[in-house]
Design a protein around this ligand. Structure first.
Ligand code: PLP
Length: 368
């Protein structure tokens, strides 16, 4: 095969020459990290772009999740979804918290609020939902449950860059939200992440926690870790932000093309868009149902043999992975919707620059 492989995603890189002046500025100033000028500018620019008040940049979303749980002083048990990337649950184990997995809704594949209350015990202190593929969780129902039971809500919003909900940023929901700027995400800083805070005092607490707990030169108030984003990453983020609207528009077009072309294919069910609700178009998930001619894994292999690398996000479920599988809430009989989704899901390539011809090639392989 001499054609180039098509991966599930491809990082969006602005022209290199546009980055050179920032590199020169960093070389001239010799400020490499510790909240330098690019870091400050990116925090401000992201607040404006996303429509949020307070944002703290991080070295990656996993460290941001670990830190957010510390900032909220979460203890004991935390209700979360098995249908996510492992980092969601890992952030709990790193804080010695107990994940309690609750099943998901079939349409959005997000934590099912109707099942949350049954999982609450006297040890429960928080809920950690994920806006899976950028589809908003049922934030209203989750807020009500949290208020009734006095629980904190931390949203893993790694897929929800730029998503608005009822006229404002989805990232303003819950006590805190965490974004990922990993290379595979819609907006990337190579590696990176952020926590969105509702007020300045919380942001300042988080900023201390990501800098070893330093309050000032001689005072350390807690065992904070090092979660700081470097100047090079922040400078790249600022450049990336200049091109983000164009990149998001291209993703939207890829999504629309797939939806149109795959709608008639028997046995393929595309996750429905919610009327009037944008997603981040970060993934293009479809479900390979029983009435499709082959199994999901056979389709995955067929695409792979043709040089097209789709991904089974999220398979296996977190609750089936070694650190989690023996927990009582990991029992598959308690998570039927999540298990079915993990068996059926396939995420197709989606990124700015994926051509109409490439999309058609993928559609042909799935249809034929
Ligand atoms: C990517 C991702 C993370 C981890 O992000 P990093 O920046 O790579 O640490 C966490 N949660 C979800 C849902 C993700 O998709």
């Amino acid at each position: 095969m001499n054609k180039k492989p098509i991966y599930v995603t491809q990082p969006f890189l602005p022209p290199l020459e546009e980055f050179i002046p920032s590199l020169q500025a960093i070389w001239d100033s010799k400020v490499l990290t510790n909240g330098g000028p690019f870091h400050q500018q990116l925090e401000k620019a992201l607040c404006e772009y996303l429509g949020v008040e307070h944002l703290s940049l991080f070295t990656n979303a996993t460290i941001a999740l670990v830190t957010a749980l510390q900032a909220l002083e979460v203890e004991g048990e935390v209700i979360t979804t098995p249908y996510s990337f492992v980092a969601t649950a890992h952030s709990l184990l790193w804080n010695k918290l107990k994940p309690v997995f609750v099943d998901i809704e079939p349409d959005t594949l997000n934590l099912d609020p109707a099942r949350i209350e049954a999982a609450i015990t006297p040890q429960t202190t928080a809920i950690l939902p994920v806006h899976c593929y950028g589809y908003p969780c049922d934030v209203t129902a989750i807020r009500k449950i949290a208020e009734t039971h006095k629980l904190k809500v931390l949203y893993d919003a790694a897929h929800a860059f730029g998503v608005n909900f009822q006229g404002q940023s989805l990232l303003n929901q819950g006590d805190l939200s965490v974004l990922s700027f990993h290379a595979t995400k819609v907006f990337n800083t190579f590696e990176g992440g952020a926590i969105i805070s509702p007020d300045l005092a919380t942001k300042q607490k988080i900023d201390r926690l990501k800098n070893f707990g330093y309050v000032n030169e001689v005072t350390v108030e807690s065992a904070g870790l090092n979660g700081k984003m470097s100047e090079i990453h922040a400078a790249f983020g600022l450049l990336q932000l200049k091109h983000i609207d164009e990149a998001r528009q291209q993703r939207r077009l890829v999504d629309a093309h797939y939806r149109r072309a795959l709608a008639p294919v028997k046995g393929i069910k595309i996750l429905p868009l919610i009327e009037g609700q944008e997603t981040s178009y970060s993934y293009f998930p479809l479900r390979v149902r029983k009435d499709y001619p082959t199994s999901r894994d056979e389709l995955y292999q067929k695409l792979k043999d043709a040089g097209i690398f789709s991904r089974r996000y999220f398979y296996p479920l977190i609750s089936d992975l070694t650190p989690y599988r023996n927990m009582p809430s990991s029992d598959p009989s308690l998570l039927p919707v999540a298990h079915q989704a993990a068996e059926e899901i396939l995420c197709l390539p989606i990124y700015p620059g994926l051509s109409a011809a490439q999309i058609e090639e993928i559609v042909q392989l799935i249809s034929g």
